[in-house]
Write a protein that binds this ligand. Structure first.
Ligand code: PAF
Length: 295
């Protein structure tokens, strides 16, 4: 695996590649990220490890690019930008084992040589859910993702479903700006007690880590109630918020939305998603669960 840290070198390295699969990350990689890299490798056709082996196997030429960049533009002033874990050495070993071809680690100066004044303007959904609690977050995220897409020029890009709203916004951006790539969503990877893997889990102390699994339990219970044909969504959301609060969580939101547009579900909509964001101490956790209701 090659590690490349400038835009110019990366462009040179990728020149002539006919199939590029891309996984953008902020590093501190865990099994959830590695799963996205595996999806990129499978979907990107480059399944045999080296390009020559791929060519021999008739898989076509492919290249899996992973970026690690902690993007200041998507952090609010009081958020964890400076303490966000940076573990490049460990990350690069994991990526090499996982079969990434190129690790792109741009510096802040390389990605933002001048103050970024041109930003992606997003639809109102970017100001709801997490966007309501993290003003400007999705604008900063979409702007860096678009920059990375323009630099890497991938044929496909893989994002985790754990960041459900992010995935939705990136899909919308790709569709509405006619970006020539496919966006793939990777399933959330969970610890054995159900907690969705996240780089921020390491902020939790031992007691918080034990309690953290309850967020997923809450989503599971809500899904079961929806499957049991409970129609009063507001009451499900209110009960879940009260139960979490009583256990010491500070709830930003627990809500049931339509998968397609993250809007409040219309009667008869079958593909729903339960989304939650809540704080345990100083750590904000997010999670979600898709629900498919029978016809
Ligand atoms: O999900 C993340 O890690 C980040 O939001 C992303 C997509 C790498 C953009 O900085």
């Amino acid at each position: 695996m090659q590690i490349i840290s400038t835009v110019a070198e990366l462009r040179q390295r990728l020149h002539g590649e006919t199939s590029i699969a891309f996984v953008p990350t902020m590093g501190n990689l865990h099994e959830g990220h590695l799963d996205l890299v595996r999806i990129a490798r499978e979907q990107g056709q480059c399944t045999k490890g080296t390009q020559s082996a791929n060519q021999q196997a008739g898989c076509g030429v492919g290249c899996v690019v992973v970026s690690i960049f902690v993007n200041p533009l998507q952090f609010g002033v009081n958020e964890d930008f400076s303490r966000y874990p940076r573990t490049l050495e460990q990350d690069s070993k994991l990526l090499a084992q996982c079969g990434a071809d190129v690790l792109f680690t741009p510096s802040e100066h390389d990605l933002y040589p001048q103050p970024q004044q041109i930003m992606v303007e997003l639809p109102p959904i970017a100001n709801e859910l997490c966007g309501a609690f993290r003003p400007g977050h999705f604008r900063g995220m979409a702007t860096v993702v678009l920059k990375l897409f323009n630099i890497v020029q991938p044929h496909l890009a893989v994002f985790g479903k754990k960041d459900y709203q992010q995935l939705h916004i990136v899909r919308q951006m790709a569709a509405q700006l006619n970006l020539p790539l496919e966006i793939i969503g990777g399933e959330t990877v969970r610890a054995s007690d159900g907690l969705a893997l996240s780089s921020r889990n390491q902020y939790l102390n031992a007691a918080e880590r034990t309690e953290a699994a309850f967020l997923y339990q809450t989503l599971l219970q809500m899904r079961q109630q929806l499957l049991n044909k409970e129609k009063d969504l507001a009451s499900l959301e209110k009960t879940a918020t009260e139960v979490l609060s009583a256990r010491g969580w500070r709830v930003d939101y627990v809500t049931i939305r339509a998968q397609a547009d993250l809007a409040e579900p219309q009667a008869g909509q079958h593909k729903l998603v339960v989304l939650a964001a809540a704080w345990l101490g100083k750590t904000r956790l997010i999670d979600n669960l898709e629900v498919g209701l029978g016809q």
